[in-house]
Design a protein around this ligand. Structure first.
Ligand SMILES: [Fe+2]
Length: 345
């Protein structure tokens, strides 16, 4: 895989989705009665496709193959067929299902949208290095313009099986493993996974995956120009009444400056800037999972971010936990205890 291409969602209200998307900093690249395509300023395909449907749900990720031939090879190896994508997207896809039940597309030869003007990063006077004289800093309070899709985070009850599936089928490699404290011998509970582009550096994680009580979307992240555009864009979202979930801070795994928002359908979306780029030479690192270990600086991780928000949400979570414990999967009492310990530490 070369990168994530886009993410697909189903939402009942495209007007509401587009209004938030514009405040978040996306540009609409296509809009029909039943479909909304959102793009960043970078060249390539749209980052997000929204299909009108009866309820809000995440459909799945699409990865871009390094070469069109790889799509054929993958179809051959999995016994699937290569099918053409819609005219508006162009190109072809092989549609797979990962062991957690998510639809995963691998695409190639899609139409290339040309780059749009983006926000210019500010010139900083850093320490004694003076970059700016007789000029002021006035970052405008406007949407942080999304440049590109960075990563998606998924949770699954079949974590090791699903992780191995991605490594085997998509050729991804692991940047960081997290384990539950006291359960190191049981292997990882979360992994940050990147594309293998050989000596060409790529995002620290394009996909992250964690064991949990449900098979679900956790969040997706979109790159913006710099800290000031992220912060000013955050003020713009607050002014319009949107809900910040957690931020602003700097992550540990991946090092990104982050800011998390709830879209009107309840999906968690992240603005990020200044993430790590790794080539294929780095081996995965291991660290214990904890809520306080999610950031180097910033406010403590919120209940909303950890998925323990309001009463109704907590109840839904409890139901998911009970359901997952009953079924035959990797989420057992040990994993539940590990997760609760991680959230509390
Ligand atoms: Fe993230």
């Amino acid at each position: 895989m070369h990168d994530l291409a886009w993410l697909e969602f189903q939402k009942p209200d495209l007007e509401r989705a587009e209004l938030f998307a514009q405040a978040f900093g996306f540009t609409t690249s296509m809009r029909t009665a039943d479909e909304l395509h959102l793009r960043g300023t970078g060249p390539g395909s749209p980052c997000v496709l929204v299909h009108r449907g009866p309820r809000s749900r995440f459909i799945g990720p699409a990865f871009r193959a390094a070469e069109a031939e790889d799509v054929l090879r993958l179809a051959d190896a999995t016994g699937r067929t290569v099918t053409p994508l819609s005219e508006s997207l162009g190109g072809v896809t092989v549609d797979l299902v990962d062991p957690s039940g998510a639809r995963v597309r691998v695409v190639a030869d899609t139409h290339e949208l040309t780059a749009l003007p983006t926000q210019q990063p500010l010139a900083f006077n850093v320490g004694h290095d003076v970059m700016r004289v007789n000029a002021t800093q006035r970052p405008p309070r406007e949407p942080a313009r999304v440049q590109r899709l960075g990563h998606v985070v998924l949770q699954t009850t079949h974590y090791l099986e699903t992780l191995n599936w991605y490594l085997e089928h998509l050729g991804l490699i692991v940047s960081d493993f997290l384990y539950f404290q006291g359960q190191r011998e049981r292997g990882p509970a979360m992994s940050f996974i990147r594309c293998d582009r050989g000596s060409t550096p790529t995002d620290h994680h394009t996909l992250a995956m964690a064991v949990g009580p449900a098979n679900r979307y956790v969040h997706s992240a979109y790159q913006v120009s710099d800290l000031d555009s992220l912060a000013a864009g955050g003020e713009y979202l607050l002014d319009r009444g949107y809900q910040r979930s957690w931020g602003i801070g700097r992550h540990i795994q991946g090092s990104q400056i982050f800011d998390y928002w709830r879209d009107p359908d309840g999906f968690l979306v992240e603005h990020f800037s200044d993430g790590d780029l790794f080539d294929c030479t780095l081996e995965p690192a291991w660290a214990p999972m904890s809520a306080s270990g999610l950031a180097q600086w910033g406010p403590p991780a919120t209940k909303d971010f950890l998925g323990m928000g309001s009463g109704r949400e907590a109840l839904r979570e409890l139901r998911a936990v009970v359901g997952a414990l009953r079924e035959d999967n990797e989420f057992d009492l040990h994993r539940l205890r590990g997760l609760m310990k991680a959230f509390a530490s």
